[in-house]
Design a protein around this ligand. Structure first.
Ligand SMILES: Nc1ncnc2c1ncn2[C@@H]1O[C@H](COP(=O)(O)OP(=O)(O)O)[C@@H](O)[C@H]1O
Ligand SMILES: [Mg+2]
Length: 1016
């Protein structure tokens, strides 16, 4: 609201509570007029929306408009029906309370349009799923159907609803529409048989005749000409320029399909039968009795209504005297016409009620569709019901309508005052009693038990004897006489008496005085039980007319009581919900846009009780707003709260209003809201804000410019830093590239000049070569003494490389030697001796290299004496060959540190002192023969010894070492000579062969064939 308050001079106030002179009706109407002139048709009275029918499309109902009002606080934006819709919807969702929107106003004021707009708002803005979209479509499509059957062209409205409607829309916990229910009130049935001049019957009749297919019409016995039907021409205007019956018929048919309607044929039969009833004529028969003169109509009727022809004939021309219908009496002409019309009204009226029930079935929320519990759903109810009606002649129907409005006003007062009081209490503000007119007294006058108007009416109808309108009026005078709101001709005095007819009574409603005529009041009440229809084959009619109705003895309730009860139920429904109100006003009677008829509007303002609304609303404080909203809007008016208030909101508002100079009686601070008593106070504040605006704008502009310039400066600064950084990065990269190119160039040049003396051209390359040679060596030196790899040195480093290689080897060898164990050292020493003696000399040497030398090859058992044992160093099994005859004998050769002995079976056979050992001979082949040469002059010595041993290399090595005869080992190629005795020689001849063979040869030689393993 605040956003447009500034322009209030031009368009008045958006909320009537801000009217300074709120008790003045003229000021009220002037505000409406000014706004209407600006095409602002909506104005609030607090939370009540007043709507003036613009009679033209204002283009304020688009989807974009709906979006604008969605989720926006009620007062932040200009008044609109969507604001009410959205506010109600949000209240339902947040507070989880059922809501209702009560729309009232005169016929043609825009109630039905308003309810449609609300429904469309929900259909468009609420979330929907696939299933829900069906329900949504049905909710929307229920309107054209109900309008076809329940609306008609009247003088006031080309599409006037002739019934009251209350519709519940049910929403699930997500806020999606899931179902609906409609309650209908008081269809204007009299329209079925009679219309005032310039008015029409219900739309559906004309739609069927205009839009129905030819064969369909023929089947129903109808002609495509509304003029032919008496019930359609009473008002003399079957055609209306603003209505297209043909296309409306299509819309209705489509809507019926959406709703899921299958009984179309039965329904059309009923509509057609009403038209045929209208054309049913009566005449006088020969016997003077009233009889039907239009036989074809009767035939069609019996077919369409599905009843027996003669029974129908009798029902239209005779009256039953008892409830059971055994006795009948003929009807007069007038009575027959009345019976016919009553039948038409009853059939149509009940079919309409049936239709509403059918729509309800289709809108019903079905639990099976979804798992959502019904308990978690909420409801928004829409009540579209006529406002006060005052005509020249006001009948029972006006009485019901006005009584209904009286009840709704009562509800409004109760709920508004209650909610005001609750709000004050919630905010901790003392409630001051409000002065207003409570219309309960009038409601009581109508409905009080035993004493009220309806009780008296019931009593009159049930009383034995002939009740008459006059006796009823007298009864009323007796019981209600003296009541401040009830007057009759007789009870009135002077001036008033003239204004009330003799057959009239006057009720002084809260909205004004209305004279009702009692003429026909009682006849209207007696429910005409059209027994014949109870027998109908028509599916719809058989459901509408209950057979028990005819047979029961109990008198049915009067129409007034029925209405009273249904109204009580409605009030109960509404009471259980949180109400919102839409009050519709029509600006002129001519359905013209832009015309504001002040007298007409004043009349409605009065009958809608709008001044009363305003008084109740203004009784306490005119304006209230939540602290945050108030502070946000006006904080710029106080240095303490501008630009931001940091403390508690209430303190902020207190600081602000103190600074603004509010007087204590002008406002109150509640818990969450500030309450301002007079609009003047608020306007002064608004004016101050208006005055402050240019300065504020200037400040905003200055800071905006400052901000813009600063942002610009930052942008530029960032750009400069970025470009400098990028420059530096690319310069560095270029430098690196140049350097790399330089090196490559130097390298290539150096390579070309590599064989020249050191000069500037090749010095880089040579240094690099040296460097990389040394680095290779460092990174990858030889791994062990056996590893002979060594990188190729550049020419300049050849000498150094050799030194390095030597040093490296020495180093590794030293390390290797240091690691050698003593036994291994001994082994190696022996191996070295073996190599010195045998390498490249004896064929079996290579095989002996990997075989380790052992300390001794004999156990202790073979030894002779302890002395010998103690001195023994090595022992091995050998074969000794006699020098003569070459007999082979097994012996053990034992070595001590100074002599060797040959032993056989623990007997010492021969001792050879090392000093006496002249030399040792072996062959160069693979055999194991050895000859120990010992001087033969000495008799103690037995001369040379021929031995054969498997470990000849090991034995000879050890013996040569111990005897220090390393240089005395002879290796002969073919033969070895040895001394047999003094001066006598033996010879061993060696040859190579496939296997070892020892044999005596020619000339007494010993012939040894050694296996040839490794031919040289
Ligand atoms: N908000 C509106 N904008 C434009 N025209 C409207 C609006 N409300 C009502 N009218 C016009 O007024 C006519 C009567 O309105 P309707 O709602 O049928 O009245 P009610 O139900 O109060 O008798 C509508 O047919 C339409 O032409
Ligand atoms: Mg209407």
């Amino acid at each position: 609201m605040e956003s447009t308050l500034t322009a209030r001079d031009r368009v008045g106030v958006q909320d009537f509570v801000l009217l300074e002179n709120y008790t003045s009706e003229a000021a009220f109407i002037e505000n409406l007029r000014r706004r209407f002139g600006e095409k602002l048709i909506y104005t609030y009275i607090g939370s009540v929306l007043v709507s003036v029918n613009p009679y033209k499309d204002l283009e304020i109902y688009s989807k974009a408009h709906m979006e604008r009002y969605r989720g926006v606080s009620f007062y932040e934006i200009s008044p609109h029906i969507y604001a009410v819709s959205d506010n109600t919807y949000r209240a339902m969702r947040t507070e989880r309370r059922d809501q209702c929107i009560l729309i009232s106003g005169e016929s043609g004021a825009g109630k039905t349009e308003a309810s449609k707009k609300i429904l469309q708002y929900y259909a468009t803005t609420c979330p929907v799923t696939d299933h829900m979209s069906t329900i949504r479509d049905r909710l929307l499509q229920s309107n054209p159907v109900l309008e076809a059957f329940g609306n008609a062209k009247t003088l006031r409205n080309d599409n006037s609803s002739r019934f009251g409607k209350y519709m519940d829309v049910q929403f699930d916990f997500r806020g999606a529409p899931i179902g609906g229910h409609i309650l209908n009130y008081l269809l204007e049935k009299s329209r079925v048989v009679h219309q005032n001049h310039g008015e029409r019957n219900f739309h559906i009749f004309y739609q069927l005749l205009e839009g129905g297919e030819q064969d369909q019409l023929s089947k129903l016995g109808l002609e495509r000409n509304a003029q032919k039907y008496h019930y359609l021409v009473k008002g003399c205007c079957p055609r209306v320029s603003s209505i297209n019956d043909k296309s409306d018929w299509k819309t209705v048919r489509k809507a019926l399909t959406v709703i899921g309607f299958h009984e179309e044929e039965d329904l059309l039969n009923i509509i057609a039968s009403v038209l045929h009833l209208g054309n049913t004529q009566f005449g006088e028969g020969e016997d003077g009795e009233t009889q039907i003169t239009t036989e074809p109509q009767l035939t069609y009727l019996s077919k369409l209504l599905g009843v027996d022809g003669p029974a129908l004939r009798e029902a239209l021309t005779h009256k039953k005297l008892t409830a059971k219908g055994e006795e009948v009496s003929p009807l007069s002409f007038e009575q027959a016409v009345a019976a016919r019309d009553a039948l038409a009204k009853a059939v149509y009226g009940r079919a309409f009620t049936w239709l509403v029930a059918k729509i309800n079935q289709s809108l019903a929320f079905k639990v099976s569709h979804t798992s959502i519990m019904i308990g978690s759903s909420s409801v928004i109810g829409l009540l579209d019901i006529y406002g006060f009606e005052v005509f020249q002649h006001n009948s029972f129907e006006q009485f019901c309508i006005n009584y209904c409005n009286e009840k709704l006003q009562q509800l409004f007062i109760k709920l508004t005052l209650k909610s005001e009081q609750e709000e004050y209490e919630a905010e901790g503000i003392t409630w001051e009693p409000v002065k207003y007119f409570d219309n309960k007294i009038i409601c009581d006058l109508v409905e009080e038990k035993h004493k009220g108007f309806i009780s008296i009416l019931d009593e009159e109808c049930l009383r034995p004897g002939e009740p008459s309108d006059i006796s009823f009026l007298e009864k009323l005078e007796d019981t209600l006489g003296g009541h401040a709101h009830f007057v009759t001709h007789k009870l009135a005095n002077g001036k008033t008496r003239k204004a009330v007819g003799r057959e009239e009574f006057r009720l002084i409603h809260y909205a004004g005085e209305v004279n009702y005529t009692v003429n026909g009041e009682l006849a209207n009440q007696s429910v005409n039980s059209t027994a014949v229809i109870c027998q109908s084959d028509n599916q719809i009619l058989s459901q509408c007319f209950n057979r028990e109705e005819v047979t029961t003895q109990k008198r049915p309730e009067t129409a007034a009581t029925q209405f009273k009860n249904s109204l009580a139920k409605l009030i109960e429904i509404l009471m259980s919900k949180e109400p919102s109100y839409v009050r519709c006003i029509k600006p002129n009677d001519a359905k013209q846009s832009g015309r504001f008829d002040e007298a007409l509007v004043r009349h409605q303002v009065k009958y809608l009780g709008l001044m009363e609304n305003l008084r109740v609303r203004r009784a306490g404080f005119a304006y209230r707003r939540r602290y945050e909203a108030f502070l946000q809007r006006y904080k710029s008016l106080c240095p303490g709260t501008w630009p931001n208030w940091q403390g508690r909101l209430a303190d902020g508002v207190a600081t602000l209003v103190q600074h603004l100079g509010y007087k204590p009686e002008e406002y109150k601070l509640g818990k969450t809201k500030i309450f301002i008593r007079f609009p003047k106070t608020l306007f002064t504040t608004e004016d101050a804000l208006e005055a402050r605006r240019p300065a504020l704008a200037l400040t905003l502009q200055t800071s905006w410019r400052g901000y813009r310039e600063r942002a610009k400066y930052h942008r530029i600064r960032n750009a400069v830093i970025q470009s400098a950084w990028r420059g530096m990065k690319s310069r560095r990269k270029a430098r690196r590239r140049r350097h790399a190119a330089e090196i490559i160039r130097k390298f290539i040049k150096g390579f070309i000049y590599r064989h020249y003396e050191r000069c500037p051209e090749n010095e880089y390359f040579l240094d690099h070569q040296r460097f990389s040679f040394l680095m290779t060596l460092v990174r990858n030196p030889p791994k062990s003494v056996l590893d002979k790899s060594w990188p190729v040195p550049p020419p300049s480093l050849t000498e150094a490389s050799e030194h390095l290689c030597r040093l490296c080897m020495q180093n590794m060898m030293r390390a290797y030697c240091r690691r050698i164990q003593p036994e291994w050292k001994k082994q190696m020493e022996q191996k070295v001796v073996a190599s010195q003696i045998f390498q490249d000399q004896k064929d079996s040497y290579p095989q002996s290299v990997p075989k380790l030398f052992v300390a001794s090859r004999l156990g202790r058992a073979h030894t002779l004496t302890d002395t010998l044992t103690r001195r023994l160093v090595y022992g091995v099994a050998v074969t000794k060959y006699d020098r003569r005859g070459y007999k082979a004998r097994p012996r053990q050769l034992l070595l001590t540190s100074s002599f060797a002995v040959l032993v056989a079976e623990a007997k010492l056979k021969q001792r050879i002192d090392y000093a006496a050992l002249r030399s040792i001979s072996v062959s160069s082949l693979t055999d194991g023969f050895m000859v120990l040469h010992v001087p033969s002059e000495d008799n103690k010595q037995k001369s040379d010894v021929v031995l054969q041993c498997d470990h000849v290399i090991e034995v000879v090595t050890k013996l040569a070492t111990m005897a220090d005869k390393k240089n005395k080992v002879n290796i002969s190629q073919d033969s070895i000579k040895f001394a047999v005795a003094r001066g006598k020689e033996g010879v061993i001849d060696f040859t190579s062969g496939p296997e070892l063979k020892v044999a005596k040869g020619k000339k007494g030689h010993l012939l040894v064939t050694a296996p040839q393993l490794n031919p040289r």
